[in-house]
Design a protein around this ligand. Structure first.
Ligand SMILES: [Cu+2]
Length: 141
């Protein structure tokens, strides 16, 4: 009778080492899903950044629009609006429902309105007759 006391342990060792080897290698790593970083939403540019300022000291009112819509002037500048439209308009500081400061009154066609801006700051204005007409004077130091 052939002694076979080691067969089982040898097989056990074999399987154990195989298991250890496999465990050492570990299961095939689960591929990590590639996470595409969600781009951070860009902050919307402030509306003021989009303003294109005209130069000079004159604003024409034409086609129910102030031209330029935004004007940048130095302090103590005298700005003149001319109504080049065939209809009445106004140059009224503030916004509809929140008026303040200068007001041309009703400006007939071809009439002008002047105002001196002494204090630096932003002066939004509108037309009392056509509330969608908006303008801005930015007064710098
Ligand atoms: Cu108007």
């Amino acid at each position: 009778m052939t002694p076979r006391p080691f067969r089982l342990p040898q097989a056990l060792v074999y399987w154990l080492s195989l298991c250890l080897a496999l465990a050492g290698c570990g299961p095939a790593p689960t591929p990590t899903p590639t996470v595409t970083p969600t781009p951070e939403p860009r902050p919307t540019a402030a509306p003021t950044a989009a303003i294109t300022f005209g130069e000079g000291l004159a604003v024409q009112i034409s086609g129910q629009s102030y031209q330029p819509k935004a004007l940048r002037v130095a302090a103590h500048s005298l700005v003149t609006w001319t109504n080049a439209d065939p209809e009445e308009h106004s140059i009224t500081q503030g916004e509809p429902g929140n008026r303040s400061g200068f007001d041309s009154g009703i400006l007939e066609p071809n009439e002008t309105f002047t105002f001196t801006f002494d204090e630096p700051g932003d002066y939004p204005y509108f037309c009392r007759i056509h509330n969608e007409m908006r303008g801005l004077v930015r007064v710098t130091e």
